[in-house]
Design a protein around this ligand. Sequence first.
Ligand SMILES: NC(=O)c1ccc[n+]([C@@H]2O[C@H](COP(=O)([O-])OP(=O)(O)OC[C@H]3O[C@@H](n4cnc5c(N)ncnc54)[C@H](O)[C@@H]3O)[C@@H](O)[C@H]2O)c1
Length: 356
Amino acid sequence: MGKQLRVGIIGTGSISHMHITSYEKNENAEIIALCDIDEKRLKTAADKYGIEKTYADYRRMFAECALDAVSVCTWNSQHAPCAIAALEAGLHVLCEKPMAINRAEAETMREAAERSGKLLMIGFVRRFGNDCRVLKDFINNGDLGEIYYAKTTYIRRFGCPGGWYGDKARSGGGPLIDLGVHVIDLTRYLMGNPKPVSVYAAAFDKLLANKSVKDAKGYRSATKSNNNPADVEDMVSALVRYDNGAVLNIVTSFALNVKEDEGLIELMGTKGGAKLNPNLEIFTEKNGYMVNIGFNTPTALSFNGLFENEVNHFVDCALNGSPCLAPAGDGVVVMRIIDAIYESAQTKREVVINNN
Ligand SMILES: NC(=O)c1ccc[n+]([C@@H]2O[C@H](COP(=O)([O-])OP(=O)(O)OC[C@H]3O[C@@H](n4cnc5c(N)ncnc54)[C@H](O)[C@@H]3O)[C@@H](O)[C@H]2O)c1
């Protein structure tokens, strides 16, 4: 029992259920309290999971519950204040993606973690997929050689979740910061975490502002308020250049007139290429022939188990000090890329990224 991690959850909306059920399955963690500013959501989650202690104010929760750690599952603009307050209260933090709504906030969060000596892990859940683990094994074995180009898409034909996701003040942006963040991080992770040096990008807001979010079937989970603007971009296309010469090409959208949704990760190296869409395939040359490698082990992206793997890793890092697979530093780098993409789209110029 001495090794039990006492956990609080801040934000009891849709994604919190993945965190809560994952902690429940982990024998070294115990959920002590829940916090949400929305009384109804808080009560629903507390009743569903039988958690007695509930709070509208996370500072009170920290003061009264002797927690060791929290998951921050609020909308994006609350990630920085909640995470910083938790770190300052001496708690380990698992913060949902995106790390923050901009680079400056992310850097402040990382500094707070360094000052506190506590763990700040970012919820880059795609890193915890089986598909990613298998591909990373091949990359580490040198099967792709030098990866010099990556192409990724996370395209929804019409899929703005509505609510705060369309409200720039609470989300920090649209598909780039919500969806693009996953695949920018995943491709960079698979490429060995190179440093970004510059980006060239374009963003459009031609469709979303003219459509009612009520039309967005299937993507209506977010907390609504009376004021639900859609003042975020519909679509972003960007080229990211890294310090090792490699380039990432990303397209992501909440609304785009295409035949169907698409989610693609493609890496191209000197010895081979790889594609996750959603099954892993590797393309190479053998004995002078072009060869495509498929897999017998499950390598398709499945959200089953992803959050459990992430939470199990967080609990292990918090209790045992194991090296973190998704540290705050990587969240900061992704926020630098995202900030630069928005700036390039606005200025219509290439933006050089300052990594200091
Ligand atoms: N990893 C993934 O694949 C994934 C998927 C969906 C969402 N997310 C992320 O999870 C976060 C939450 O998204 P969601 O869809 O669950 O949103 P949601 O609207 O369903 O839930 C957010 C909750 O946070 C609460 N909240 C906001 N500010 C708060 C504060 N200061 N204190 C306490 N509670 C507060 C809201 O009342 C709401 O209940 C977002 O950052 C989102 O990007 C990640």
